[in-house]
Ligand binder design. Structure first.
Ligand code: 5GP
Ligand code: MG
Length: 173
């Protein structure tokens, strides 16, 4: 495993991101931080503890259909765990911006649920991969087009617990 971003570098960047987020909201209203499971787990836990605003925490699931009967690439959004977000400021968090399809769809879904504003924050943004235009409001690190794991990101549900971002040996395409 090659370490791409060390635990210390992540920690420093998340401190600064929390400051950027605090500075982006001025009206004193609570912020609903919505994480996209499961990759948001570690990033979200570290980030919310540093945000100096009244915060509510919630989760949403977005996964690609894998069944044979469904077309690949379609996204299944599940929001049973989402509280009422009507009229709320929402900060959506995901581990990584790759093609941009997930965040585009989930932002639209949250606006459809009545959120007053939706901003998006990602720990990682891969260069040269984006297929749909989407500009996240907060980005931790821009990384090359490699398959990364750790700090919440998995390969077959493994490696999420690693405290750093690594590149697997013989990574999947
Ligand atoms: P998008 O819809 O932007 O293409 O996909 C984003 C999702 O793809 C992420 O939430 C993540 O689940 C997955 N993904 C994209 N690139 C990587 C990667 O390098 N490593 C891992 N573990 N997941 C990735
Ligand atoms: Mg994901």
């Amino acid at each position: 495993m090659d370490v791409l971003i060390t635990a210390d570098a992540i920690c420093d960047r998340i401190d600064r991101m929390a400051g950027e987020i605090g500075a982006a909201y001025h009206d004193g209203r609570p912020l609903t931080v919505v994480g996209i499971l499961t990759g948001c787990l570690v990033f979200m836990a570290d980030l919310i503890r540093r945000i100096d605003l009244p915060v509510r925490v919630a989760f949403i699931t977005a996964s690609s259909y894998r069944g044979e009967a469904t077309s690949p690439g379609k996204l299944l959004i599940r929001d049973e765990l989402l509280p009422d977000i009507r009229g709320r400021h929402v900060l959506l968090l995901d581990d990584i911006l790759d093609t941009g399809k997930t965040l585009t769809r989930v932002v639209a879904h949250l606006l459809d649920r009545g959120a007053e504003t939706v901003k998006a924050g990602v720990l990682l943004r891969k260069v040269g991969r984006q297929e749909v235009p989407f500009e996240p409001d907060f980005v931790g690190f821009t990384i090359p087009d490699r398959f990364v794991v750790g700090y919440g990101l998995d390969f077959n549900d493994e490696y999420r617990h690693l405290p750093y971002i690594g590149v697997l040996d013989g990574p999947p395409a």
